[in-house]
Design a protein around this ligand. Structure first.
Ligand SMILES: O=C(CO)COP(=O)(O)O
Length: 244
């Protein structure tokens, strides 16, 4: 399977910065990896324009579980599709923390994304306390069981393993710990989806930088990266993608 290097821009940047960043990523000419950028909602269309003619895919960072309705301030999967998004990040730990999203909410959103034929990028990951108490793998297995909808494998859904304590901190798990968790996630996907589970991409996210990308991306069952801070600098994002 082709590795996926995804940039989660979170709530950063101005419109002109978003256009410039997308344009620079589009010109990157990276071999060997698929690239995805996920700007804030208002920048989806201008970023789509900046990516035109390139192979870089466009994604969003969240969506509502309903296709339409009286949900002030929310955005639906059909709207995202209309704006050119092919992927939707769901269940990021910042959404789980800031907006109280639980596994059932993430699953409902993933169903909405599937209904539009878009690809969900479902995030899972343990807290530092859970890691220290030896619960990391069962916590992540539980999140997968609760968050992934039936049909996830048919659309080649993506799982992103992001230990909460590694996000934006400059800290990462050891390579052994990343490999062990990705092997566990692979086993959970195979148990749930059969042979198709073996073909789904499992991304690592949390303080991925040009300096550590090569080692992380070389680990078994690490099929790409979900990059936060370093995705805001085109040269860094492209360097991570080139490390595949
Ligand atoms: O949350 C992340 C991507 O979704 C990771 O963020 P950082 O790469 O800034 O640690």
């Amino acid at each position: 399977m082709r590795p996926l290097i995804a940039g989660n821009w979170k709530m950063h940047g101005s419109l002109s910065e978003a256009r410039a960043l997308a344009g620079a990523v589009a010109e990157g000419k990276v071999q060997g990896a698929e690239l995805l950028v996920c700007p804030p909602f208002p920048y989806l269309l201008p970023v789509q324009g900046a990516l035109a003619g390139s192979t870089v895919a466009l994604g969003a960072q969240d969506c509502h579980a309903a296709a339409k309705g009286a949900h002030t301030g929310d955005i639906s999967a059909p709207m995202l599709k209309d704006c050119g998004a092919g992927f939707v990040i769901l269940g990021h730990s910042e959404r789980r923390a800031d907006h109280g999203e639980d596994d059932a909410a993430v699953r409902a959103k993933a169903e909405a994304v599937l209904a539009e034929g878009l690809v969900p990028v479902v995030c899972v990951g343990e807290s530092e306390a859970q890691r220290l108490s030896g619960e990391a793998e069962p916590v992540v297995a539980g999140q997968l069981a609760g968050s992934l909808p039936e049909g996830f494998a048919q659309v080649h859904g993506v799982v992103a393993y992001e230990p909460v304590w590694a996000i934006g901190t400059g800290r990462t798990p050891t390579e052994d710990d990343i490999a062990a968790m990705h092997a566990r996630i692979r086993a959970e996907l195979a148990a749930r989806f059969g042979a198709a589970g073996g073909t789904l991409r499992i991304l690592y996210g949390g303080s991925v930088k040009p300096g550590n990308a090569k080692a992380i991306l070389a680990l078994p069952h690490v099929d790409g990266a979900l990059v936060g801070g370093a995705s805001l600098v085109a040269a860094d994002f492209l360097a991570i993608a080139s490390a595949v």
